[in-house]
Design a protein around this ligand. Structure first.
Ligand SMILES: [Zn+2]
Length: 206
């Protein structure tokens, strides 16, 4: 299955803070995800990981020159993405102080605790950078493995903490797959990205 169909499922949105939605780098690889926008949310810098994210989500032949100067929202759209990142951008510009938000960028065999750092640049610009904080090995979770076969069903994964929605609960993936009986099955549901209430509250600063 092509990664894009997971990253952009009918009900989901790609995760801006983490390219796990698209690929799982080899174990132990530290993933930096960096970009900058100006006061009008136009992209002024993107790193290689970001460029790859855009290429996989939009067009494989996208080059850096065609990305710089474009509004960030033309690459990442969706109600939740705009609400959360719009709120973060407003806070950084208003307070002129950095914001640091924890998030997870898991692979099937690793819990990756990361941080998203947003810091103000001159004249209303914003620098965004993801850094690795901690990596914990775990028993492989096939639900997060793109090599597995997928059914037409979906489960919703929080873009920030990687918890899975089961009924009205948001559960750590290990708990969720046990609850859903998703360890040894022929096909796995697709991943649709959303945001759980605690992550949303934290991201919106409420
Ligand atoms: Zn969450």
């Amino acid at each position: 299955m092509e990664p894009e169909s997971l990253a952009k499922s009918p009900r989901g949105e790609p995760a801006l803070n983490c390219s796990t939605a698209l690929r799982f780098p080899s174990s132990g690889m530290s993933e930096i995800f960096l970009y900058q926008v100006d006061s009008a949310d136009l992209l002024i810098t993107v790193d290689a990981a970001w460029l790859e994210f855009a290429q996989k989500n939009l067009a494989r032949d996208l080059v850096r020159e065609n990305i710089l100067g474009k509004p960030i929202w033309s690459f990442f759209s969706g109600y939740q993405v705009e609400e959360v990142y719009g709120s973060l951008f407003r806070r950084v510009r208003l307070k002129q102080q950095p914001i640091v938000l924890p998030f997870r960028c898991d692979s099937p065999t690793e819990r990756r605790l990361m941080e998203l750092n947003l810091s103000p640049l001159v004249e209303g610009g914003i620098h965004l950078e993801s850094t690795m904080v901690q990596v914990e090995r775990r028993k492989a979770v096939p639900l997060f493995d793109y090599a597995v076969r997928r059914s037409k069903e979906f489960v919703i994964v929080c873009s920030w903490c990687k918890k899975i929605r089961v009924a009205d609960e948001w559960l750590e993936v290990e708990v969720a797959v046990e609850r859903l009986g998703l360890f040894h099955v022929p096909t796995f549901p697709q991943l649709s990205h959303g945001i759980c209430p605690p992550c949303k509250a934290e991201a919106l600063g409420r």
